[in-house]
Design a binder for this molecule. Sequence first.
Ligand code: PMP
Length: 425
Amino acid sequence: MKSSEQLFKRAQELIPGGVNSPVRAFRSVGGAPFFTQSAKGAHLTTADGAELIDFVCTWGPAIHGHNDPDIRAAIATALENGTSFGTPNPYEVTMAELLVDIVPSVEKVRMCNSGTEATMSAIRLARGYTGRSKIIKFAGCYHGHVDSLLVKAGSGALTLGNPDSAGIPASFAAETIVLDYNDPEAVQACFAQQGDEIAAIIVEPYPANCGLILPDDGYLELLRELCTSNGSVLIFDEVMTGFRLALGGVQERIGITPDLTALGKIIGGGLPVGAFGGKAEIMDHLAPLGPVYQAGTLSGNPLAMAAGIAALQKLKDSNPYPLFETMGAQIREALLATAKEKGLALQVPQVGSMFGLFFSEAPVRNYQDATSSQTQHFNTLFKYALDHGVYLPPSAYETCFICTAHNGTDVEQAVEVLVAGIRSI
Ligand code: PMP
């Protein structure tokens, strides 16, 4: 078997940066990435034979842990009948029924193949529906690598220092208004000046691509009110938070209903899937019913649908959300207590199975606060954790994920390592 070092050397000759998605290259934390040979439950086994407790969980989808037996069985059953048909298949109807049942805003839904496709299509639909061009996004929110959304973007774009990507025409970016998250005056002023030009607000309701940021009281309610009163479409990007912060996502958790919702990650059970859905009146503007074109050769793929249906059904049956709250709080409290004892400024925003680590004096409310945090402390902690068998996301601007396969021993071991890592800073 080839080691990670050998594989990465070869990969760099063949693949730009040696990776198929930039954050995987470990550029900001330093060092070379490991290659994963296999994964089971909450653990990764690297090509070098190391076993790691995983808090990345394939960037969110593995809410039941890796290689879940029920999801594997569902894929195996679907595989008996073929891999792709290019016609409607029964799984798509079951998936749509589940999504309409679970996600409060979704009356109709269209499947696609990634979170990027979901947000791109939701934006096009909002523009087609309103006949307007401008959209509002928030600094530090990441909605996939859609041209008009790679403006002050989070995630890998921010990690690698290019939140405004090259290759995006200024005329495209000009249609995107970027505001600070948690700044009510900014969004009020924007609507007062050009409310009749704004097709949509797209927002990660709990931004999780700039570290994890929580909304101030009343902020998301304000976005809802402004969209309603100005005839703009409110799009929640719940690619990350959907089925994770509650079965029905943030919208269920806080009781605010957007007009459209972008979904991804968990609904594919680890296979490539996205979806967008919302009010039937808006969704019916999509082709073949309406003038907004959107399509996909592999959209509604039977294997991906079977995996996603199994993942969602298991969440419905098991209701892991109270346990996530307990596990998340256990990790948060241990890390905060250690930082306090050491006199180190640390914030650990945490909601259920998601938590972030900001080495900052005050709670992080926006992009500016996040990018002012001591990222070198995070990098030190990342390296310490990896050397001691715990895999955190390889960037201070990402969010850690807990899955149902993290058992008490995993959490205790990981806390022990992270506590020692904080002491080592
Ligand atoms: N929206 C959000 C909130 C995301 O976190 C991501 C990916 N991390 C995307 C959209 C894009 O999804 P994908 O990588 O599947 O294209």
